[in-house]
Design a protein around this ligand. Structure first.
Ligand SMILES: NC(=O)c1ccc[n+]([C@@H]2O[C@H](COP(=O)([O-])OP(=O)(O)OC[C@H]3O[C@@H](n4cnc5c(N)ncnc54)[C@H](O)[C@@H]3O)[C@@H](O)[C@H]2O)c1
Length: 347
């Protein structure tokens, strides 16, 4: 086994947001590698059935804003913290900006404080390349690109988290790492009004509905398989060269939204096609493509999953878990301006 994987055997690792799309996959992998994993999650967007039910995973239900919960989980003396809990994502933050600031801002600050106080050896912050680079940027995106033109509270608070990490690194010597994820997809992400396009497309396709494209369909995203992100996180928690650094974790490949929609329809056997709906006001990004050269250099990151293969695995996960997914998918009427049309279709 590679050294960075062996490293986790017997380690006590705290994963915030471990019931979520990426955190649940990370938790499963860490448990397989023999770590003692503590998951803290308030289940606001994660699912309890997503957390692996094995003896080396301890689940503590609660918020990272709750000091009683923080004392409980830091009492376990984690050596490594993967801080993935977040108020997710753009549209949610537009609808609920104060909760976004509390969880992504204050929650991250508290996690950093408790990590310093208890002598955590490595703190990995889940940053977002989709958020912190804003909407108008040179491609492929490199880590030294900085913008003040952030268009949602989520974009602002994901950047804020990085800035707090920098403060704790420089002032207290906390060994922080700041991987910037791009458009994760894969098993573990339940569709919903505030979720990403891939789980939502699969969900609508499996219901035989046309897939709503918010734009022209020519827009691109750098979709990254969750297993590749988890591998990047494991590396980020291990390699010394990552300390203090921000680096993209992406696939380094662009996919057009129309191609994605056609592929999902083909793989699910959906004949309903696509339909075009208006673009969301904050959604100004036409293309997204990340450079992954820095992550390759710092931590040997090498994404492996082919896009269509990753989609097939995700669709299979939907088929295997359809009842649970249907019961958990949240598309509440009226809550989000962006999905009102979809709710109307569903009804
Ligand atoms: N999914 C993506 O495409 C993507 C892209 C870039 C960055 N990220 C970042 O990666 C991380 C994980 O994303 P995800 O897609 O797994 O999101 P997710 O919503 O599936 O997971 C986040 C988890 O945090 C939990 N949570 C929220 N508020 C909490 C609180 N106050 N206390 C405790 N737990 C709380 C939720 O219940 C959920 O299980 C987030 O920090 C997100 O900003 C994700």
């Amino acid at each position: 086994m590679e050294e960075y994987k062996q490293f986790y055997w017997g380690k006590t690792v705290l994963v915030t947001g471990g019931a979520g799309a990426i955190g649940s996959n990370l938790t499963r992998k860490l448990a397989e590698l023999g770590a003692h994993v503590i998951v803290v999650d308030d289940l606001s967007s994660g699912q309890i059935w997503n957390i692996p039910s094995v003896s080396n995973v301890l689940f503590v239900k609660g918020s990272i804003l709750d000091e009683v919960i923080l004392k409980r989980v830091f009492f376990e003396r984690p050596q490594i913290v993967f801080h993935l809990a977040a108020f997710f994502a753009n549209q949610n933050s537009v609808d609920h900006p104060e909760r976004d600031l509390m969880v992504n801002g204050m929650g991250t600050l508290r996690m950093l404080e408790y990590s310093v106080l208890t002598g955590v050896e490595r703190f990995a912050y889940a940053s977002s390349g989709c958020a912190i680079y804003g909407g108008d940027m040179p491609l492929p995106l490199k880590e030294d690109f900085v913008t003040m033109h952030l268009s949602t509270p989520y974009q602002i608070t994901k950047m804020l988290g990085e800035l707090y990490c920098n403060f704790f690194y420089h002032h207290y010597g906390l060994k922080v790492v700041k991987p910037r994820f791009f458009n994760s997809y894969g098993p573990g992400e339940v569709p919903g009004q505030y979720r990403n396009v891939i789980p939502n497309f699969i969900y609508w396709a499996m219901k035989g509905l046309p897939l709503p494209i918010t734009g022209t369909g020519e827009e691109t995203r750098d979709f990254t398989y969750v297993g590749d992100l988890v591998d990047g996180l494991l590396r980020a928690g291990y390699f010394e060269s990552a300390i203090g650094q921000s680096f993209n974790l992406a696939s380094g490949r662009e996919v057009k939204i129309i191609e994605l929609a056609n592929m999902v329809n083909k793989l699910t056997g959906n004949n309903a096609g696509v339909r075009f709906v208006s673009r969301r006001k904050w959604d100004t990004k036409k293309r997204l493509l990340a450079s992954i050269e820095l992550a390759k250099k710092l931590i040997g990151y090498e994404p492996k999953m082919q896009f269509e293969e990753g989609l097939k695995i995700t669709i299979q996960w939907f088929r295997d878990n359809w009842e649970k997914i249907e019961a958990s998918a949240e598309f509440g009427p009226g809550a989000s301006s962006a999905v009102r049309e979809m709710v109307a279709i569903k009804d």
